[in-house]
Design a protein around this ligand. Structure first.
Ligand SMILES: Cc1cc2nc3c(=O)[nH]c(=O)nc-3n(C[C@H](O)[C@H](O)[C@H](O)COP(=O)(O)O)c2cc1C
Length: 216
């Protein structure tokens, strides 16, 4: 099973926190995902924003820049997605939504996702996570019920993703495994069913406009 681990931050500012706490959250997750998925990290710094935004449907066939076309192929080939976002103003990060918005929902569809949020504060991004359920459902990769939240990510984890000395590593591992095991279960189930019946036969992707699925 292949998983893409999306890191949802491009933040360079310091202080108060060291830059991109998401790196340590993704490092921690990468360790725990390794036994269940072949995992590839997707870093938004590798896909810098352009002056104007062109969504997926704005490109004629074959005209998408190669780095975006390559990521789209990885999205299509993946069995599951781990969406890691900091909480920015009680919402998911613009770095993550901007990157994801470059791809059609059909690339993610009929596969599961795991919502992971974190923050420098005490709530661990839970308010962002609520909105991510709606966002990821619309994107086509339905979130599993378990969500992972990491409060005070700057204090809970070292830069390399290991829990800090005063943390209970075993509890963090157990906490992470619940979401990862749900993701694995749904990823396998969805992969089997995609092989058994073409999901796009019954529910074709819209090509140009969401109006293609309007009520009569
Ligand atoms: C624009 C902005 C808005 C933020 N909003 C919230 C918030 O609503 N809730 C919260 O707990 N932390 C908030 N924070 C703090 C972030 O959780 C913290 O900066 C975290 O380190 C961001 O993740 P990153 O370091 O990977 O970019 C905000 C930070 C910024 C820059």
């Amino acid at each position: 099973m292949k998983a893409l681990l999306f890191l949802g931050s491009r933040r360079a500012s310091t202080p108060p926190q060291p830059k991109r706490l998401g790196e340590r959250v993704c490092a921690f997750l990468g360790t725990h995902l390794a036994s269940r998925f072949e995992t590839t990290l997707v870093d938004p710094l590798d896909y810098p924003p352009t002056e104007v935004f062109k969504p997926a449907f704005a490109y004629a066939d074959g005209s998408k820049p190669e780095h975006l076309a390559a990521l789209q192929r990885q999205i299509v080939e993946a069995d599951a997605y781990v969406m890691v976002s900091p909480e920015y103003n009680h919402s998911m990060s613009p770095a993550l939504s901007d990157l994801l918005n470059h791809f059609p929902s059909s690339a993610f569809a009929f596969k599961p996702s795991l919502i992971v949020t974190y923050s420098g504060g005490q709530w661990g991004g839970t308010r962002a996570a609520v909105g991510m359920r709606a966002y990821l459902s619309e994107l086509g990769c339905l979130p599993v019920s378990a969500m992972l939240h990491f409060p005070h990510a700057d204090k809970a984890f070292e830069a390399d993703g290991t829990p800090a000395a005063d943390q209970d590593s075993a509890r963090w591992a157990k906490y992470a495994s619940r979401g990862i095991e749900q993701l694995r279960w749904w990823a396998e189930a969805a992969a089997q069913q995609r092989r058994a019946a073409d999901p796009f036969g019954a529910s074709p992707p819209f090509r140009r406009t969401p109006a293609e699925r309007d009520a009569p």
